[in-house]
Design a protein around this ligand. Structure first.
Ligand SMILES: Cc1ncc(COP(=O)(O)O)c(C=O)c1O
Length: 402
């Protein structure tokens, strides 16, 4: 008689949550009732009409046509690594080609680095609210996320005293996301320096998530490592956001020149060998992207600024709602003054069912559920956003009255 009970699922999966995608199951149920859904949950510019620069598409297509379809070296093809090293060095974070790895998106780089760095029971300082991949990977490893506060009344800037108070002998790294998802904040140089100093004083590795570095509305932000090239910093970025190619899963990490990072770099390379290589053909676009024409970024930044301004003024006009102005990327994190007992998840799910608009509740980014935060992805056209915010307005008024 064959066994019929469900196959055991590893316990680590129960600790792993990823609200940005998990919530889509709810949206599908709403669609099954015949109502269309506006997906403001994932930061992907492509479904909203933004397109990958044709020169990059051609570079990948050419590589495929020319037969570059085999495995590539596990740290990446030389020309892509050279382009990253040249671009990061140009921006003031001197990078040796040998310390650059091409990864399947920023995501794989983050996972490789955390896996090489953190033991079960160790802790990593993670911003609150956070991009949830960090906590998901730490849960998988069996390590702990120590959440440090960012302050919405201070433009979502990190609270340095709070970070310092969380550091223990088990703390291994400080994650800094700048420009930030989910808040849209961009940190001034003085804050970035203070974060680096704090990490250095405590011997922590600073994991700098710089995937939105080119998307600050006032112009590109340099890698944090440019402020302190000898600090123990690893920088992560990709073609996903600023080069409009998230589906290519093409990113990189730059390991700073500090010799303190040498063993960690060797460990990351060892782990990277195990997955053979990152996606091959898309690596051929890295050179043209980083060393070629970036005109598309200027119009993208302008489009984002327009949408950010529209978002902030529409949401702040809703009674009971406040929204801090983003300075980069395509996210805002408004707060709604929920009544006693209400949760952000209930607010968002009821909004989905009432309006067909899908946002992600703040507790999916680690915030307390009763605080009423949620994240909006504002990549839709200004006309669509205006309609969407009008329906959020109507819904929120009735939700808060109920
Ligand atoms: C802060 C942050 N880091 C990393 C990622 C993952 O990006 P990638 O597509 O490069 O893996 C995202 C994607 O939304 C992000 O917002």
């Amino acid at each position: 008689m064959p066994v019929s009970s469900p196959v055991h699922v590893a316990s680590r999966v129960h600790r792993f949550t990823y609200a940005i995608r998990n919530i889509v199951a709810e949206a599908r149920k709403v669609e099954a009732t015949g109502r269309s859904v506006q997906y403001l949950n994932i930061g992907d510019p492509i479904p909203f009409g933004f397109s990958t620069p044709p020169a990059l598409v051609e570079a990948v297509a050419r590589a495929e046509r020319d037969g570059y379809n085999g495995y590539v070296p596990s740290p990446g093809i030389t020309e892509a690594r050279e382009a990253v090293a040249a671009d990061w060095s140009r921006q003031g974070f001197p990078a040796d080609v040998d310390r650059v790895l091409i990864t399947a998106g920023t995501s794989e780089g983050i996972e490789l680095a955390l896996t090489a760095l953190v033991d079960p029971g160790d802790a990593v300082l993670v911003p609150l609210p956070t991009y949830p991949l960090y906590t998901a990977v730490l849960a998988k490893i069996g390590a702990e996320a120590s959440y440090y506060r960012k302050d919405p009344s201070n433009g979502w800037q990190p609270d340095l005293d709070h970070i310092a108070s969380l550091i223990t002998p088990r703390t291994r790294a400080l994650v800094v996301i700048d420009p930030n998802n989910p808040t849209g904040a961009v940190y001034p140089d003085a804050t970035r320096r203070a974060l680096i100093d704090l990490a250095e004083r405590h011997g922590l590795v600073l994991l700098a998530d710089e995937v939105y570095g080119d998307l600050a509305y006032d112009g590109p932000v340099k890698p944090m490592g440019s402020l302190s090239p000898d600090a123990s910093i690893i920088s992560f970025s990709s073609l996903s956001k600023a080069y409009l190619a998230p589906g290519w899963r093409c990113g990189w990490m730059v390991v700073g020149r500090s010799s303190r990072l040498d063993d960690l770099l060797a460990a990351i390379k060892k782990l990277a060998d195990g997955r053979l290589c990152a996606n091959g053909p898309s690596q051929y676009a890295i050179g043209p992207a980083l060393l070629g024409d970036r005109a598309h970024q200027e119009s993208f930044r302008a489009a984002l600024r327009t949408r950010a301004e529209l978002t902030v003024s529409a949401l702040n006009a809703i009674p009971g709602m406040t929204c801090v102005s983003p300075a980069g990327a395509f996210y805002a994190m408004p707060q709604v003054a929920l009544g006693p007992g209400a949760t952000d998840e209930r607010y968002i799910l009821e909004m989905l069912r009432a309006t067909g608009v899908l946002c992600v509740y703040g507790s999916g980014f680690g915030m307390p559920a009763s605080d009423g935060f949620f994240r909006v992805v504002f990549l839709a056209s200004p006309a669509d956003l205006t309609t969407i915010y009008a329906s959020i307005d109507t819904f929120t008024r009735s939700f808060l009255r109920a």
